[in-house]
Design a protein around this ligand. Structure first.
Ligand code: ADP
Ligand code: ASP
Ligand code: MG
Length: 604
């Protein structure tokens, strides 16, 4: 039986730790065949990057890969020596020697396939193979050294496990497993014994760096049993459960189709509140009112503020639309008037617009910006206008006019070469003796920036244009929000579009859009980096009213203003000011009662 074990930086940060880990590997190697993947020792990768930045503020990505890949080469050699010292036959191999073949894209290469012949040869000799994580070799004529992106050793490990059809992949780290949040921010975060792949994908892409999202994606796509556990103890850790054990071909391992199916839901109705005051507590008041009526809210979006006022829009099932609209109407007068009368008064948009939600279902959507763009382009080509957008790692949804639904679904099925999913059978929950709460985990991402494009003409094709330009630069987008309010600019109806990107890509995204704004007649482009994104994730929040209200109430009670809201089926994200990020995470974690009784010890 073959087992792949991966040890992260902290787990191999010193010679003592390497020796301790070697003991652990030796124990497993007595009964199983073992492949070990290791990261660079401690904070080596950061230290190497710092050296590079002392030479150049923007070093060439090829040279960065050349530099960073040395970190793992040190740890594999030492680990192999430590194993040999214990009498365990072992050999270290770099990514290139193993034959981890990747795209030629430096610093974020995806794995194409793994040439398993050499590994199999060493396995037959009874050796433990110690593989350098995070690195590969390009298929191009010059066989360039590539890296997979920060945290990518997890991905190397799961890819090896999939390619060699291992029994399971074990990720050893410095915490006991997947916790309800980062124990460095909430020391009493609680360990989960299991979590679904979809939940883990969302958490990982929303900032929980305990697992690389691409590792979870491979585990999901190949049905590879994945466990996260501590390299300091023998506790069982957390199982990442995949519901769809498929076994796609091992060629183009990380280029597999990210869209599994198209879903649609015509049983939706929307409500918008325009020009509500931009201060803490407004969303909390609205959604608590709705939760009291036991109404399940589906999508919620709050766009960027416009001169001290916000718009909040949400969708509910058609049969409860009247009830939800009545709550919104009743709450409106309690929100007070806007301080500046020229802004106009708050208003509930109650015209009953028949809408439908059309979604792409799959994995790895955020990490593949071309997927959402292709959706927007396909809808534009079919002449379908997009009313609302919701993005997440496992789903991209567009709300469209109900009469456009069939056209939208057909064109998307064709464009992505997939079928329509039966939404009532695609349950993401898993069987467990534990009662799973609606919210399983909370994540904080302090490395995001917010971009907004003002006054984009409200017609099909505009989202496709904006996100197409960014996809060309391979920039991943999250939390796309179109304002509900329309402005007439020279007789053309326009809306603002806002979204978040990772901070290092903020400037490029800004330049790209600012250049295009002139050409396409958009308004101002705004970049804001001092933001934090805090998110709750859980499959149980589907059909569980009141989760959003509880999150917004926790923020309001801490006097934290919400700058943006975006939800998807199993996550709710809020953008707040950067300085409020940690406080927001702690307040939300507490509000959902996620803390345990014990403090999680994280090795310094
Ligand atoms: P490794 O070096 O082993 O790859 P990482 O530093 O990449 O380890 O990931 C482990 C860290 O992830 C933990 O020390 C913890 O601070 C952080 N983390 C963030 N969110 C979570 C979470 N939900 N559960 C567990 N750890 C988390
Ligand atoms: N050493 C790499 C990093 O620090 C890869 C990894 O640890 O997974 O990002
Ligand atoms: Mg890691």
């Amino acid at each position: 039986m073959l087992i792949v074990q991966k040890y992260g930086g902290t787990s191999v940060r010193s010679v003592e730790r390497i020796k301790a880990v070697a003991q652990r590997i030796a124990k497993t190697a007595r009964v199983h065949s073992v492949i070990v993947v290791v990261s660079a020792m401690g904070k080596t990768t950061d230290a190497l990057l710092k050296l590079a930045n002392e030479i150049s503020p923007d070093p060439c990505r090829r040279e960065i890969d050349m530099l960073l890949s040395t970190g793992e080469q040190v740890s594999i050699a030492l680990m192999s020596m430590a194993l040999q010292e214990l009498g365990v036959p072992a050999i270290s191999l770099t990514g290139a020697q193993v034959g981890i073949v990747t795209e030629a894209e430096h610093s974020r290469a995806r794995i194409l396939h793994i040439q398993t012949e050499r590994i199999e040869e060493h396995l037959r000799l009874g050796q433990v193979i110690v593989v350098a994580g995070f690195q590969g070799i390009s298929q191009t004529r010059h066989q360039e050294i590539t890296t997979l992106g920060r945290g990518g050793s997890d991905t190397s490990a799961v890819a090896l496990a999939a390619a060699l059809q291992a029994e399971r992949c074990e990720i050893y780290t410095d915490v006991p497993g997947i916790l309800t949040t980062d124990p460095r921010i909430v020391p009493k975060a609680q360990l989960m014994s299991a979590i679904t792949c979809d939940e883990m994908l969302e958490l990982a892409s929303l900032g929980a760096k305990v697992l690389h999202p691409r590792a979870v994606e491979i585990a999901r796509n190949y049905g590879m049993p994945l466990v996260v556990l501590s390299s300091w103890s023998d506790a069982p850790g957390t199982r990442i459960v995949s519901t769809i054990p498929k076994r796609p071909a091992l060629q183009d391992l990380e280029l597999t189709k990210s869209v599994d199916a198209i879903e649609y839901d015509t049983n939706q109705a929307g409500i918008s509140l325009l020009r509500v005051p931009d201060r803490p507590g407004v969303a909390a008041k609205l959604f608590s009112g709705i939760a009291v009526q036991n109404i399940d809210v589906d999508l919620i979006i709050q766009s960027i503020h416009e001169s001290e006022t916000n718009d909040i829009a949400f969708t509910v099932r058609k049969d409860v639309w009247k009830q939800a609209a009545a709550v919104a109407d009743a709450i409106l007068p309690t929100l007070g008037k806007n301080s500046d009368p020229s802004l106009g008064e708050p208003e509930v948009q109650t015209e009953e617009r028949t809408i439908a939600k059309v979604s792409l279902v799959g994995a790895g959507m955020i990490g593949r910006p071309r997927v959402a763009t292709k959706m927007f382009e396909t809808l534009a080509a079919a002449g379908v206008n997009i009313v609302m957008i919701s993005t997440s790692e496992v789903k991209v949804s567009c709300v469209v006019d109900a009469e456009d639904c069939e056209k939208a679904v057909n064109s998307l099925c064709q464009a992505f070469d997939v079928d329509v999913a039966d939404i009532y059978s695609s349950s993401t929950a898993f069987e467990s003796e534990e009662v799973t709460p609606p919210v399983r985990g909370v994540a904080l991402d302090l490395k995001q920036a917010r971009l907004a494009v003002r006054q984009v003409p409200d017609r099909p094709g505009m989202a496709a244009k904006i996100f197409g330009l960014l996809a060309q630069q391979n920039i991943s987008i999250d939390m796309i929000i179109q304002s509900q309010r329309c402005h007439s600019v020279n007789g053309v109806l326009t809306r603002d579009i806002a979204f978040t990107v990772s901070q290092p890509e903020g400037e490029t995204a800004y330049q790209t859009l600012a250049n295009a704004a002139v050409e396409f007649g958009w308004g101002e482009v705004i970049l804001e980096s001092a933001i934090a994104k805090v998110s709750v994730v859980g499959s149980g929040m589907i059909d569980h009213p009141g989760v959003a209200a509880q999150m917004f109430e926790a923020l309001a009670a801490s006097q934290i203003n919400i700058l943006m809201i975006a939800t998807s089926e199993i996550k709710i994200s809020c953008v707040v000011e950067e300085e409020n990020g940690v406080k927001a995470l702690q307040a939300i974690h507490k509000a959902f009662g996620l803390s345990g009784n014990e403090v999680v010890k994280v090795p310094a």
